[in-house]
Design a protein around this ligand. Structure first.
Ligand code: THG
Length: 263
């Protein structure tokens, strides 16, 4: 299980301001910090406040790549912005994201093929996010079929069951866990799975406890990746321990230290 660093997101004030002023310092500081903490990808999201999404995404990609070699996860609902970013990515990127809807899947999977990018497929469609695992898994199957028809390998498709805050959607928790398990049964080879980890605790108290507990539980249910706060040391330790318990890493008495060093 690996982490996509979530912090370069226009939902944060310092990032929104950096984009507005075209001042790369906050972006580059967070890029380096998240890389040092072991992020495998960096999420870049211009946020809703950026008026020109294409320009903002291109700028984010450019200034991030000036200081960091990690692959990027381009996070926007504006596919022109995603494509502008893909054009200048030095490493194969991840597209974040596409719902199970035509013609959005057509545009995104064609782009993914052209730029050899991975894709996050959201288990939602025109009807929105459904409560039950059954419907989410059915949408995952549509994403799998569509990706396959564009020649996207399953290891490059990440299904996101979609996580809602537990203080407003508490009954979704077990459905998300069930979706994570069942998505592994819809195809062979199976697609990968990803969640937006911090969504679980938005607006709640003691956020980091909720985040790391959710991480451990999702890893136990087979989670492959998370968009998350990689700078949270206790989260990193929890992930390291969960990986040992799920037999994803060899046990070592110094495993936490090792994880901190190697990511
Ligand atoms: N799935 C996928 N991509 C995603 C998400 C997802 N990208 C965005 C998001 N969800 C994951 N990233 C974040 C980033 C920040 C927060 C939550 C998820 C967050 N921010 C603080 C808040 O809203 O309380 C901002 C606080 C501040 O303004 O300082 O929690 O689900 N594929």
């Amino acid at each position: 299980m690996f982490v996509v660093g979530e912090r370069i997101n226009g939902m944060y004030k310092d990032i929104a301001e950096a984009i507005r002023k075209e001042d790369p310092r906050a972006i580059q500081t967070w890029a380096k910090r998240q890389a040092d903490c072991g992020a495998r990808y960096l999420d870049l999201n211009p946020g809703p406040a950026a008026r020109d999404q294409v320009k903002a995404m291109r700028w984010l990609v450019r200034v991030t790549q000036e200081v960091c070699d990690l692959p990027l996860c381009l996070d926007s609902t504006d596919y022109d912005a995603i494509e502008a970013g893909l054009e200048i990515c030095k490493q194969p990127a991840m597209i974040n994201s596409v719902p199970a809807e035509w013609p959005k899947m057509e545009r995104v999977f064609a782009m993914a093929k052209k730029y050899t990018a991975a894709v996050i497929g959201l288990a939602m469609n025109e009807q929105g996010i459904s409560h039950d695992a059954d419907t989410r898994v059915a949408l995952a199957m549509e994403l799998v079929a569509a990706a396959d028809s564009y020649g996207i390998p399953m290891e490059d498709l990440y299904i996101d069951p979609l996580v809602l805050p537990c203080n407003v959607a508490q009954s979704h928790g077990p459905e998300v866990m069930l979706t994570l398990r069942q998505v592994k049964l819809v195809a062979d080879p199976a697609p990968r799975t990803i969640v937006g980890l911090s969504n679980i605790s938005q607006g709640a108290r003691n956020r980091r406890l909720l985040d790391r507990t959710f991480a451990a539980m999702a890893i136990a249910n087979g989670l492959d990746a998370a968009v998350a706060d990689i700078c949270d040391e206790e989260l990193r330790e929890t992930i390291a321990a969960a990986r040992i318990i799920m037999n994803l890493d060899a046990y070592s008495d110094s495993y936490v230290e090792e994880y901190k060093k190697s990511g």
